[in-house]
Design a protein around this ligand. Structure first.
Ligand SMILES: C[S@@+](CC[C@H](N)C(=O)[O-])C[C@H]1O[C@@H](n2cnc3c(N)ncnc32)[C@H](O)[C@@H]1O
Length: 311
């Protein structure tokens, strides 16, 4: 078990996956910096671009595409305009899904988990009725009542680390699905969005090394087979959608917005910080465009009785 101390404050306890210190390294660069180039929902994950014309300015296209993503996940999690619906968002970022779910009435109560203090403070500051945010890892989460649906977008990449072998990753991912099974009511649904390897695992060369060392330390990408195998005892798969293009287009929009906000960004994170993020966004865009990584959105239905599968 890793309890991480940053400065004088203990920020979280994780038994598996990216440490809280590595999460802080990335996310606590400052809410104002991310607000410069993310859309107004502060979504920090691939949007859904279906039906959005390539020529539409990113000022309107990106928030539309991000809301389409949020709706897709709420659909997959079975959140359909029910004031009694209790939603869990594992890795809630700056609260875009929690906000969207309660303001559209698709959930009555929405709980978010994050390991980032800056994100936690931001969501608490929104003071939205029905929204609860916790500075807590999924493996330490103990809800008082079952949830009706779970969404997790862009956090699964942090649930294993690069030094784990295949058996270690499977155990870590299976632990996540087992917990989700325990938190959900019978018949409930859940959704997951994650970056993944499709070709050779780890085959993203210098781009991956740069991102791992300079931007996202302590993260690891799964393969689709690993996700499905890990979840199989507890969940049936209801939908799988692959779209590397969705992430490439999102990264292109973020890059353009960061470039337009260069002066403000340099004032907040310095010229080196600005350059590092520009390089990271462009490198990731190229990674998706050349198919070295892909993006999955997966729907699941809880099995009432976990399957006993041969090991
Ligand atoms: C790329 S951000 C995505 C945020 C948000 N879902 C979105 O789409 O904008 C990843 C999020 O996962 C969270 N996270 C990473 N590991 C976690 C863990 N073990 N438990 C809970 N949250 C975690 C981070 O704190 C961060 O909020």
């Amino acid at each position: 078990m890793t309890t991480t101390t940053v400065g004088t404050t203990t920020v979280g306890t994780t038994t598996v996956g990216t440490s809280a210190a590595d999460i802080e390294f990335h996310y606590d660069l400052g809410n104002d910096f991310y607000a410069l180039w993310l859309d107004e929902t502060l979504s920090y994950s691939a949007a859904v671009w279906d039906g959005i014309a390539p020529g539409e300015p990113d000022t309107t296209a990106l928030p539309r595409a991000q809301r389409a993503k949020l709706d897709l996940h709420l659909d997959l999690a079975g959140a359909a305009s029910d004031a009694g619906f209790r939603l869990l968002d594992v890795g809630c970022g700056w609260g875009g899904l929690l906000t969207h779910a309660v303001l559209t009435g698709r959930a009555g109560e929405a709980t978010g988990l994050t390991l980032s203090r800056a994100q936690h403070a931001h969501v608490r500051g929104l003071a939205l009725p029905g929204v609860d945010v916790r500075l807590e890892s999924w493996d330490g989460h103990r809800p008082e009542r079952p949830y009706d649906g779970i969404v997790s977008i862009g956090a699964f990449e942090h649930f294993a680390t690069a030094d784990m072998d295949a058996a270690g990753r499977l155990a870590a991912y299976r632990g996540y699905f087992e917990r989700c099974h325990g938190w959900l009511r019978p018949g409930a649904r859940m959704s997951l969005q994650t970056i993944a390897y499709d070709g050779v695992a780890g085959g993203d060369g210098p781009v991956g090394s740069f991102v791992a060392a300079e931007v996202f330390p302590g993260a690891a990408l799964p393969r689709l087979g690993e996700i499905v195998t890990a979840g199989d005892p507890y969940f049936a798969v209801t939908a799988v959608r692959a779209s590397a293009e969705d992430y490439a287009r999102t990264l292109g929009a973020w890059s353009a917005r960061l470039l337009r906000a260069r002066a403000e960004a340099e004032a907040l994170v310095g010229p080196d910080g600005f350059r590092r993020y520009r390089r990271y966004l462009r490198a990731c865009e190229v990674t998706f465009l050349r198919g070295a990584a892909t993006l999955y959105r997966i729907g699941f239905r809880r099995r009432d009785e976990p399957l006993r599968l041969p090991v």
